[in-house]
Design a protein around this ligand. Structure first.
Ligand SMILES: Nc1ncnc2c1ncn2[C@@H]1O[C@H](COP(=O)(O)OP(=O)(O)O)[C@@H](O)[C@H]1O
Ligand SMILES: O=C(O)C1=C[C@@H](OP(=O)(O)O)[C@@H](O)[C@H](O)C1
Ligand SMILES: [Mg+2]
Length: 183
């Protein structure tokens, strides 16, 4: 598979709680790729938690930093990149994401809710009604997530290992044949 990928990066997109970070780490191991999470890069670059950035500088400032971090990743190869759930919002980010293979982890709200019920780290989930908040965000974002190269439908009970395997099985179907323009 690595040979077929020819070093191209893999970007995981999807709602908060979709498993981008969890599945991404596994997928990287199976591909012999390195793993990176854009939120981690942002925290390292700013020495602030994501929540603190939202609280002190606001969401727009966070989105600008997120975009800068993403733009720098284009220079690298052989990475599985777990993105933040809102990375699809900025049109400019798609020009960076399109450097790689974009995979949407599509998880139903009830499963997201189940996974995030104890979560206190995500600033956009501080709304008292988590289900309503997730539903509203997903409705706004679904058409953007759907622009991914590959959609992985995930159901409750699907393990990270099963999802990673499913991704590996489906990637060949979206790889463009290597052009043999020189022959
Ligand atoms: N396939 C899965 N099944 C059950 N729980 C999962 C699965 N993938 C991730 N989780 C859990 O869901 C939460 C969010 O996972 P995470 O990888 O941080 O998602 P994201 O990066 O998309 O926000 C974590 O508690 C994680 O352990
Ligand atoms: O959905 C979003 O807008 C966000 C998702 C978070 O990342 P995860 O998707 O890893 O939770 C993080 O980037 C920030 O809280 C904003
Ligand atoms: Mg994450």
């Amino acid at each position: 598979m690595q040979k077929q990928l020819n070093g191209i990066n893999i970007y995981l997109i999807g709602m908060m709680g979709a498993g981008k970070t969890t599945v991404g780490e596994l997928l990287a191991k199976q591909l012999g790729y390195r793993f990176i999470d854009t939120d981690d890069l942002i925290t390292q670059a700013t020495h602030q938690s994501i929540s603190d950035i939202f609280a002190t500088e606001g969401e727009e400032a966070f989105r600008d930093i997120e975009s800068q971090v993403l733009s720098q990743l284009c220079a690298y190869q052989k990475f599985v990149i777990a993105t933040g759930g809102g990375i699809i919002l900025k049109r400019m980010n798609w020009s960076y994401l399109r450097h790689g293979i974009i995979i949407w982890l599509n998880v139903p709200v009830e499963e997201l809710l189940n996974r995030l019920k104890e979560d206190t780290t995500r600033p956009l989930l501080q709304h008292p009604d988590h289900e309503q908040q997730l539903q509203t965000l997903l409705e706004k974002r679904k058409s953007l997530y759907a622009q991914a190269d590959l959609e992985i439908m995930i159901n409750s009970g699907d393990t990270p290992e099963q999802i990673s395997t499913q991704i590996l099985e489906k990637i060949p179907s979206i790889l463009k044949p290597q052009s043999n323009a020189l022959n």
